[in-house]
Write a protein that binds this ligand. Structure first.
Ligand SMILES: *Cc1c(COP(=O)(O)O)cnc(C)c1O
Length: 364
């Protein structure tokens, strides 16, 4: 059996360090907005090359609070890809604004720039480019378009920490970016967590306020805020893991290269890595016209897989469900299948997956 993901391998290797970090927090008696969180914010800002990093309770809250901090609210439209995790659109609704879906480039799953240009109206306030699976969106073109129309950009970098476009790291292209520390992300907490990255002092300051009840000065609340802090235990865990991130990213890229070698010539589409892109392979997602039968065959052969995502966002019941205006998103939802890809996966396991994929292709 080759698991789709196995966090216990990572935690076994780091167990002593993680327990020591957790004990340090326990002994400090400080669990919210303390030294671990501040240190992680500084370390992550350096890692990502941004001026500010602000810890929040999740990647979802990072998106929601970044949008709110940029003034997005009722009456505004925000452009978001029709194919992503639901939070890339639901967070727009949470601010009171309206998500406007845009179809994707079927090779990289990123926003289709021409379709973005067509979707801009006088009410458009912002764009959320999603760097899906770890492949960056075409940020030079999107940034130019946003500048032309006076739009804000909030990058959804939940799956893409460490990725670059045209040599510039994700998180540096927009007014703000969100990072998620959901346990299976490229750097995951032992629970939930997220971070807003921004080069703007005003946005950083407002997110700090929003995450803590809109407080400015002790128990003085100047606007509606939330309880959305990154807690000290998670921050301590993440500081241990952050030291390994670049090594883990290299390993994911190596696994992707091995897969490319071993899966070449089979009747399925492999992930595309654009010339300008440094992909961080949060997921190694292939496409097969008979995806469900293909996944079933792999399961029978002992290989774990997952579907990210079985529905395009506008086809989610939340958004009405019956929507055919985004053919590429709709087709991707029926064809994508993610293969095991995590830093602790061994070369032998990649070999095993490749043998199973070949057999599964032969059976279909
Ligand atoms: C995980 C994820 C989020 C949300 O992050 P959480 O930490 O789970 O709230 C947002 N967007 C994308 C693309 C994601 O993969």
């Amino acid at each position: 059996m080759i698991p789709f993901v196995d966090l216990s391998r990572q935690h076994a290797a780091l167990r002593t360090e993680l327990l020591a970090a957790m004990a340090r927090v326990l002994d400090s008696g400080q669990f919210v907005l303390g030294g671990e969180g501040r240190a992680l914010e500084e370390e992550l800002a350096v890692t990502c090359g941004v001026r500010h990093a602000v810890g929040v309770a999740s990647g979802t809250d990072a998106l929601r609070l970044a949008l709110t901090a940029l003034g997005v609210g009722p009456g505004d439209e925000v452009l978001t890809p029709a194919f992503s995790f639901v939070a890339s659109a639901s967070t727009i609704v949470m601010t009171g604004a309206t998500p406007v879906f845009v179809d994707i480039d079927p090779e990289t799953y990123a926003l289709d720039v021409a379709a973005v240009a067509r979707a801009v109206t006088p009410r458009t306030r912002a764009i959320i480019p999603v760097h899906l699976y770890g492949h960056p969106a075409p940020m030079d073109a999107l940034a130019a378009l946003a500048r032309r129309h006076g739009l804000a950009i909030v990058e959804d970098a939940a799956q893409s920490i460490g990725a670059t476009w045209a040599g510039k790291p994700v998180g540096n292209w927009g007014d703000a970016a969100c990072v998620s520390f959901y346990p299976t992300k490229n750097i995951g907490a032992c629970g939930d967590g997220g971070m807003v990255l921004t080069g703007r002092d005003d946005v950083a300051e407002r997110v700090r306020r929003l995450r803590h009840h809109g407080e400015r000065g002790r128990y003085r609340h100047v606007e509606l805020g939330y309880t959305s802090r990154l807690d000290e235990l998670q921050a301590a865990v993440l500081r241990v893991k952050l030291k390994r991130l670049s090594e883990w990213t290299e390993r994911r890229r190596r696994l992707a290269a091995l897969y490319r070698e071993r899966l070449a010539g089979l009747p399925l589409s492999l992930p595309v890595e654009r010339r300008e892109a440094r992909h961080v392979y949060h997921l190694f997602t292939v496409r097969h016209a008979q995806r469900d039968a293909f996944a079933k065959a792999l399961a029978d052969l002992g290989v774990g897989t997952a579907v990210h995502y079985p529905l395009a966002v506008p086809n989610q019941p939340l958004f009405g469900g019956d929507e055919r205006r985004f053919p590429e998103a709709w087709r991707a939802a029926r064809e994508v299948l993610s293969l095991p890809c995590f830093a602790e996966l061994t070369d032998d396991e990649v070999e095993g997956v490749a043998v199973a994929v070949r057999q599964a292709c032969d059976r279909l």
